[in-house]
Design a protein around this ligand. Structure first.
Ligand code: IYR
Length: 221
C-alpha cells in the first residue's frame, strides 16, 4: 500500500470581477459548441490534439486509476475501415434495429447511415474504457467508477478541442466492438465513444436545436 503524501495546492485566485468575467466568457464560448457532422479535410497539427488529450488525461477518476485509453486515428486506410464497419452497423440500425420512437427522436437531427465524416475529418479519437487495469506482471488492477471517469475525461476532451478552435462529434455506432478489432485493443478495454474532430466544412450546417431553460434543469436550495 502506498502511503498518502501531500504537496501544496497550486491554486490561482481571481478578483471577484475577473471571476465573473471568466465565467461569463467561458459560458458563451461553450454555448457555441455544436455537434458537427460536416468536416473539412484540412490538416490539424498533432500537437494540438496532444494538448487536448493532456486535458482529458488530467480528469478526476475513481481512486486516480485513469481507466482510459485514447487511440488517435489519422491514418486514411484505418479511417476507411472504421467508416465501412460503422456504416454497416448504422445501416442495420436505421433499417431495422431502431424502434420507430427512436427514429422519430432522431428526425430533428437529420442523421442517417452515411458517415462520410469518418474519412473526411483529420482525426478520429477512439476512447476506450478499461474495465480493469493490467499490471506489468499480468495481474489485474481494480478500477472504480469506470463509466463516470471516462465520461468526465471525454467531456473535458470535448471542451478542450472546442476551446482550441476545433469542431467535434460524439459518435456511438452501436455496437462498436469493431473498433477493438480494427485498432487492436485488448479485451479488458471496451470502446466507449468515437470522437471525430477537425475543422468544420466551410458550408457546415447544424440542426436548429435549443436547450431547456436553466430553471428546468437546475434547482438551488
Ligand atoms: N448512432 C446513430 C444514431 C444516433 C443515435 C443517437 I441517441 C444520436 O444522438 C445521434 C445518432 C448515428 O450516429 O447516426
Amino acid at each position: 500500500m502506498t502511503q498518502a503524501h501531500f504537496v501544496p495546492l497550486e491554486f490561482v485566485e481571481y478578483p471577484a470581477e475577473e471571476m465573473a468575467r471568466r465565467a461569463a466568457e467561458f459560458c458563451s464560448e461553450m454555448q457555441r459548441r455544436r455537434s458537427v457532422r460536416h468536416f473539412s479535410d484540412r490538416p490539424v497539427p498533432r500537437a494540438i490534439i496532444e494538448d487536448c488529450l493532456r486535458v482529458a488525461h488530467s480528469a478526476p477518476s475513481g481512486a486516480n486509476k485513469q481507466p482510459w485509453h485514447f487511440v488517435v486515428v489519422g491514418d486514411p486506410e484505418t479511417k476507411r475501415r472504421i467508416r465501412a464497419a460503422a456504416e454497416a452497423e448504422e445501416r442495420a440500425f436505421y433499417e431495422h434495429r431502431a424502434p420507430q420512437a427512436w427514429l422519430d427522436d432522431l428526425a430533428p437531427l437529420g442523421t442517417g447511415p452515411d458517415k462520410p465524416f469518418l474519412e473526411t475529418a483529420p482525426y478520429l479519437i477512439a476512447i476506450f474504457a478499461q474495465r480493469y487495469g493490467l499490471r506489468p506482471d499480468g495481474g489485474r488492477e481494480q478500477h472504480y467508477y469506470v463509466q463516470e471517469s471516462v465520461g468526465i475525461a471525454t467531456g473535458m476532451l470535448i471542451a478542450a478541442l472546442h476551446h482550441a478552435g476545433l469542431a467535434t462529434l460524439t459518435h456511438t455506432p452501436s455496437p462498436m466492438n469493431f473498433l477493438s478489432e480494427i485498432l487492436g485493443r485488448p479485451p479488458h478495454e471496451r470502446p466507449y465513444l468515437l470522437l471525430i474532430t477537425g475543422y468544420p466544412a466551410p458550408d457546415a450546417t447544424v440542426p436548429a436545436l435549443s436547450k431547456k431553460p436553466l430553471e428546468e434543469v437546475v434547482t438551488f436550495i
